[in-house]
Ligand binder design. Structure first.
Ligand SMILES: Cc1ncc(COP(=O)(O)O)c(C=O)c1O
Length: 398
């Protein structure tokens, strides 16, 4: 008897799936989709082996903070598991509004809109605003979520060289002054750990009729006063029209936000397909994010510890002469240059109990194949020492 699960279908999409080289290689070398059996703070267990997690975005280490856990449990007890409806129709709750008001006030913006994922928020930050006849100019290294948002519009897309305001200036010079323009960049680039040169970008865009969208998924909670993010770090919050971000990094939850002026956020609520046609953020996730947001202000020691750990970690990498692509933040790539070297380095770290993630071209520019690491406030002295030993071992075998 032919099993339902093994029968091979004859259509071309099914054949494409069966023959896909990327999937074949992934299943053979198993670099991704690892499933942990257990987690305690920065430690995870994989197939019985205990490892230090060095690639999570739990920057402030709040995923296991008792106040965050207690808040999530309260959210469940008070509201159940899901809203089962979109904000526009029947999914809006007072806890959504409360979190939006707190976030807007924290960021220094008039209004905020939250959604189920940072990816969705970033998409909507472009999709809701860009129309046919507009131009979206994005940094070449922008996260997939912004490109996905652009892809849903009929606007023209242009890419400027990474963190290069002069290239942006040149692209802008080809556009007519009347053309509506969106300039999109990240506050902190997730793969590279670079901070965007926002003051220089703003100087270039000043005369060009631009709407500025910043994805600050990795700057929020990490840079600025109490973690208010990259715009606050540079003192330019008023000049960024939309700040988008994620709850799945420093805020120890899932979900995302966009913040801006009241009229811009209300416009987004009318035009974001991601908002209109998708269920609202679940109670436990919103409560966890709000508790973490409160902790950013009431317990600044987590942010201090994050930066202390970052400095110590970078010293280790610097002493080993590893290339960190000039990372300025707790998101730290180790550039190996080829996929073979990146794979070997990653495997040595795994063998020595340190879990990281490999990123290879085309996900990164050619020659920049890397192992992506990120430091957390929760990494202990013992963790850092174990990380140092594993890095030294892997570096010796390059
Ligand atoms: C720069 C950037 N933007 C957006 C996102 C999406 O965030 P989320 O995980 O909340 O969907 C990520 C997540 O990796 C990211 O790195």
């Amino acid at each position: 008897m032919i099993s339902l699960f093994t029968a091979k279908t004859g259509n071309s999409i099914a054949s494409r799936c069966r023959e896909d080289e990327a999937t074949r290689l992934r299943l053979r070398y198993k670099p991704y989709y690892h499933t942990f059996d257990r987690q305690v703070g920065t430690h995870v267990w994989l197939g019985g082996a205990e490892m230090v997690m060095l690639s999570s975005n739990d920057y402030l280490g709040l995923t296991h903070h008792p106040k965050v856990i207690e808040a999530a449990q309260r959210g469940l007890a008070e509201w159940g598991t899901s809203t089962t409806g979109a904000r526009l129709s029947n999914g809006s709750r007072s806890y959504h509004q409360q979190l939006e008001e707190k976030l807007a006030a924290f960021l220094g913006k008039e209004a905020c809109h939250i959604s189920v994922a940072g990816y969705i928020s970033c998409m909507s930050a472009i999709q809701a605003f860009a129309q046919k006849g507009d131009v979206v100019l994005g940094d070449k290294n922008l996260h997939s979520s912004i490109w996905a948002g652009i892809g849903l519009t009929q606007a023209k897309a242009e890419r400027f060289a990474h963190n290069n305001p002069e290239d942006l200036r040149e692209l802008l010079s080809f556009e007519s002054p009347e053309t509506p323009k969106i300039v999109a960049f990240e506050g902190v680039y997730s793969m590279e750990g670079h901070i965007a040169p926002i003051p220089e970008i703003l100087t270039v865009t000043a005369e060009h009729n631009c709407f500025h969208v910043m994805d600050d998924a990795h700057g929020f909670g990490v840079l600025g006063q109490h973690g208010r993010g990259t715009a606050n770090h540079f003192g330019v919050t008023g000049k960024i029209d939309l700040i988008a971000g994620s709850f799945s990094k420093a805020l120890a939850s899932t979900g995302g936000f966009v913040a801006g002026s009241r009229e811009v956020i209300e416009y987004l609520r009318s035009h974001s397909k991601q908002t209109i046609f998708s269920a609202a953020l679940a109670p436990a996730q919103a409560y966890a994010a709000e508790a973490a947001l409160d902790l950013l202000q009431s317990e600044p020691e987590h942010l201090r510890r994050l930066w202390d750990n970052t400095r110590r970690y970078k010293e280790i990498l610097h002493d080993l002469k590893l290339d960190t692509w000039g990372s300025e933040t707790p998101a730290v790539p180790i550039v190996l240059g080829t996929k073979e070297r990146a794979y070997r380095f990653w495997q040595h770290l795994m063998d020595h109990g340190v879990f990281t993630v490999m990123s290879i071209a085309p996900a990164v520019p050619p020659g920049k194949d890397l192992v992506r690491t990120a430091i957390s406030a929760c990494h202990t002295d013992e963790d850092l020492s174990k990380i140092g030993d594993a890095m030294a071992f892997a570096a010796r075998r390059l």
